[in-house]
Design a protein. Structure first.
Length: 115
């Protein structure tokens, strides 16, 4: 049996500084950075690895990363303060969503769940 000690999702980015700043601005904390080779930003329950893209095209495909929150209004304040394009939606089932993208097009969302 393998004893997994932790997990992370790694995304490829064009600009390390811009990506790290973006994730810090929406509430994650820089845990570690190895120059422009790799960085880790964290929040409760997830570590996101930030890796420079070697190709000119950066694409996260159909991946999306969600952050569960208590109040969608708090997230909207942060999103508006940082001039991030977004779409708010109540799906009528699971909760209130605030959909947006990082500077490299990775799909992200805040969710105020109904459960």
């Amino acid at each position: 049996m393998i004893n997994i000690k932790g997990t992370n999702v790694t995304i490829m980015v064009k600009d390390m500084d811009k990506a790290i700043s973006f994730y810090e601005n929406i509430g994650l904390t820089l845990k570690q950075r190895w120059d422009d080779h790799y960085a880790m930003v964290v929040t409760e329950g997830i570590t996101i690895g930030i890796h420079p893209a070697k190709d000119a095209e950066v694409n996260s495909g159909t991946l999306s990363i969600g952050f569960m929150i208590d109040k969608i209004e708090d997230a909207k304040i942060v999103i508006d303060k940082n001039n991030i394009a977004h779409k708010q939606e109540d799906d009528g089932k699971s909760g209130m969503y605030l959909h947006f993208k990082d500077p490299d097009g990775t799909i992200l969302y805040f969710l105020q769940p109904k459960w």
